[in-house]
Ligand binder design. Sequence first.
Ligand code: S3P
Length: 442
Amino acid sequence: MTKPVLINKKIKNFKKKITISGDKSLSIRWALMASQATGKSKAYNLLNSEDVFSTIKCLKKLGTKIIIKKKYCEIIGFGLNNFKYKKNLTLNAGNSGTLGRLILGLLIHCPHKVKLIGDKSLSKRDFSRVINPLKDFGANFYQSKKSSLPLYIQGTKYVRPIKYFETRGSAQCKSSIMLAALNTPGKTLIKAKKSRDHTEILFKQLKIPVKIKKKKKFDLIEVEGKQNFPAFNYKIPSDISSSAFFIVLTLLLKESKLTIKNVNLNPSRSGIINILNKMGAKIVLKNKKIYKGEKIADIFVKSIKSLKAINCPSSLNASAIDEFLIIFLAAARAKGVSYFKNLSELNKKESPRLTLGSKILNMIGIKTILTNDSIKIFGQPNIKLNKNIKIKNYLKDHRIFMMSVIAALSFGGKWEIHDRDSIKTSFPSFLTIIKKLGGKFK
Ligand code: S3P
């Protein structure tokens, strides 16, 4: 057990340029797809975090050759459906829902039972959302509990394409089915509520036969399986979800400025920029470019006099799903009452984030009205904190830890924040960057 982080001083204003580590969604997808390609793929700036290490460990157990060098990671793929399945194989997805759900899509052919396990937080999360459609492809599942880990998957030689309707706006579900479709003869049809589209973009880049029709609320995706594709290199851009903590920190200070270089601003991920700009921020994107179908830009953010409340359109939910905790903190300092709705998925993350986010705001002294899927936040632009606040027992959710550190540095008070190790899953350099910006903690 590591010691809690203690913070009892606000951070001073800053004017800085920072670099944020590689995008987690892209890092995991690159590794999974490289394992299915033919030949040597290389990734530069692959995120160095536990969720990505878990991905690499699982792929190695499945016989994929992976070499990690200082500057890049190399994966040697043997083409579609070429995993080597030893008997009694256990794959550990650690804390990662993305890995746990996506890898199941690649296992629908496994001849023996493969066991999938995860940490305490992942073992509480719902897997029936991918089990049910993967059963339709022909895979078999065995579990002790109805919808969670640990589970066993046993595939079949006789996979068949499916029609699948994804209604939650979950990119993990959509992508798991797309990966299963990749290894299935015939056409799989997916109707999916809008969610991040990195898998679709990668499929297109790799010239995998995929047709996408974008409708207003849904996308129609058709994947034709069983087409091998060559190895591919990737320079992973910075993660907007990690950048988000520093964007909001800058907005909560006075006279501060921050530049974050080369961030992935795929519109299906950049909802936080729209939301904060609707709240009065003036975040500017410069040096925009397209890299392998993904939008990349540098982010410029500076403090403003005061943020205003937002009635957040639900259409932005999916594109900001991992950023709501830090957005709630911005709303806590905004003028007026903010309202976020149709957010039941937020309670299905590494921890019940809607409930815990509200609880932390209440500890700070911010009034909230919470339901199963919505929150009203009564902002206080001039709030001054002198209380002791202890953040403990939140299933080691990395984003709860980081939200709490940002709250401590910008609201004041005396904070004891447990489970500093949680950041290793997504953003190990978080506290180093806090120090670089002048944040003091023990
Ligand atoms: C992710 C999708 C989202 C997100 C997660 C990463 C992905 O989950 O919360 O952190 O890489 O596909 P859902 O698909 O469950 O919404």
